[in-house]
Design a protein around this ligand. Structure first.
Ligand code: NDP
Length: 518
């Protein structure tokens, strides 16, 4: 897929011969030739598409209940699309409350009769096996994830899939050491866990939820998002391949109401949800008074704060990564740039220059930086919020950029002149849109960073270690990155407070959420 390139870059000294083979120029071009090329032609990359054949997507998928694929009671299906082409990928079962009931029954039985009775070290072996199979099938997972979600193959290949496998590996290590997770108390599993996950990191969110749940001895009923069910269904195959006892993991596809049916079922003892704040609130209300354990990982509006003493080019890279990773469809995206006034002009100039080099287009191309937006509905949300920014007086800038003619793509977007009252400074856009606000003093930076209903993440860019400690301690955010952004690790807890939810996933804290201790 084509993407816009800045006109001033020199052409690479690599040309495609008539045969199609790549031939490297033996010696650098003479300066006058190079400058003539620089003036006349854009930097041209050859396309580098990953093979679609690596994903063996079936035409139709059922529900994964009690270790087997089953048809939904309704007999209905929904179609999942490739957001980069708008072409259908597969038909997926449209489950309902009766299917949720069947899955919970299977999970309940598996918990009482098999999984909770099993020696912890035996449970660990299953988790290690799952992790190994995911690594063995990582290309298949990465391609399937990219086709179904629109995220660049480079990200699914290098981030989502390896991190998902790493979560199973990490929690496998905990499975026979639970007594050390809650010292002095007796660790016990909750029983059946209901999990509802979103579309921005479909496989990774599954791993964040299923790995600690199984390690702690629970069984699972998981509902993936309707627009991205395929890697969860591929994971169901992995469970079969690993000989996981039937009913330990159940994956049911269906609409949001099915997620609510799972969460509110009295046999479900613990609920974990990642998604929008509005649905998180509904779930909390739906299960109120039932005595269930609940973790909510909701939205965010992170401040990425750049101080005048920061290494500017490094900070530019961090800001780019903070907002354009996964098209900005990230709960912890650094969607508010707070830059110190003394460097604002220079920083914005460097940022714009870097934005012109972003390659937007075919997610299956290994050169692509910004892939497709996950759904038409999300495109509309982004468009509506960007229009509100312009209407409220912020200044919009986008690099020249040729977007593919089919599929849901959005140009990397930078807003300056943003007031804190603007919707683009307050609401989660969940797209490649950065809102810039300036500050003069450290206190002002902290005050502005905390001026949000959310509290999920933040970034600090400065050369001074003491300033990092001073500022981080005052930021009301669950995760604070210093001189980096969007770093994830299975051993590190992740989560927020205020409207970003409560509870932690990852690390020991993420394991504790799946344990009752007496
Ligand atoms: P939702 O919160 O609606 O979807 C997340 C998950 O919840 C999906 O599996 C969805 O199912 C399910 N769900 C929907 N309604 C209910 C319900 N009533 N009870 C139980 N589960 C339900 O997010 P959207 O897809 O609508 O995205 C809207 C906005 O939410 C985005 O623009 C973004 O701002 C934010 N968001 C935040 C995420 C995060 O990681 N914090 C992730 C995704 C979105 P189904 O797909 O079938 O509707």
């Amino acid at each position: 897929m084509s993407s816009e390139q800045p006109p001033k870059r020199p052409e690479r000294a690599v040309k495609r011969a008539a045969s199609g083979a790549l031939t490297a120029a033996a010696a650098p071009a003479a300066p006058h030739v190079a400058s003539a090329l620089a003036a006349s032609s854009p930097w041209a990359y050859s396309p580098a598409p990953e093979s679609k054949e690596l994903a063996l997507i079936r035409p139709r998928y059922g529900l994964f209940i009690d270790g087997q694929e089953r048809a939904p009671v309704s007999g209905e299906v929904v179609v999942t699309y490739n957001p980069a082409t708008e072409e259908p990928l597969a038909e997926v079962a449209k489950g309902g409350a009766e299917d949720a009931d069947r899955a919970i029954t299977a999970a309940d039985r598996a918990h009482r009769k098999v999984w909770s009775k099993m020696e912890p070290r035996e449970r660990a072996k299953y988790l290690y096996r799952i992790s190994r199979i995911m690594q063995e099938r990582s290309r298949e997972f990465a391609v399937t994830e990219t086709l179904d979600s629109g995220k660049p193959i480079r990200e699914s290949r290098d981030v989502d899939v390896p991190l998902a496998a790493a979560h199973f590996w990490y929690y496998a290590g905990w499975a026979d050491k639970l007594q050390y997770a809650v010292p002095g108390r007796r660790p016990e599993s909750h029983g059946v866990v209901g999990q509802v996950i979103p579309w921005n990191f479909p496989l990774l969110m599954l791993a964040w939820k299923i790995a600690p749940a199984l390690a702690a001895g629970n069984t699972v009923v998981l509902k993936p998002a309707s627009t991205t069910p395929l890697t969860a269904l591929l994971f169901a195959e992995v469970c079969q391949q690993a000989d996981l006892p039937p009913g330990v993991v159940n994956i049911v596809t269906g609409p949001g109401e099915m997620g609510m049916a799972i969460a509110t079922d009295p046999r479900v003892a613990k609920v974990a949800f990642t998604g929008s704040t509005s649905v998180g609130i509904k779930i909390a209300q739906g299960i109120a008074g039932q005595g269930k354990a609940l973790t909510l990982e909701l939205g965010g509006k992170a401040a990425n704060i750049v101080f005048e003493d920061a290494a500017l080019d490094q900070a530019v890279e961090g800001v780019i990564n903070g907002i354009f990773f996964n098209q900005g469809e990230v709960c912890c995206a650094g969607s508010r740039l707070l830059v110190q006034e003394s460097i604002a002009e220079e920083f914005i100039a460097r940022l714009k220059e870097r934005m012109t080099t972003l390659r937007v287009g075919d997610p299956m191309d290994k050169n692509t930086d910004v892939g497709a937006i996950n759904s038409r509905a999300q495109m509309e949300t982004i468009g509506e919020l960007v229009a509100s920014g312009v209407a409220e007086g912020a200044k919009l800038w986008q690099p020249e950029c040729v977007l593919p003619t089919r599929g849901w793509f959005y140009k990397p977007t930078l807003f300056t002149n943003v007031a804190q009252s603007h919707r683009i400074a307050r609401e989660e856009i969940f797209g490649p849109v950065l809102s810039t606000i300036t500050f003069r003093t450290v206190d002002e930076a902290i005050e502005k960073a905390n001026n949000t209903a959310y509290g999920l993440s933040a970034g600090i860019w400065t050369e001074k270690g003491s300033r990092i400690l001073q500022v981080a301690a005052q930021l009301k955010a669950g995760v604070v990155w210093a001189n980096t952004f969007n770093r994830f690790d299975p051993t590190a807890p992740f989560g927020g407070y205020k409207e970003s939810g409560y509870g932690r996933e990852g690390g020991l804290q993420g394991l504790s959420a799946y344990l009752r201790s007496s």
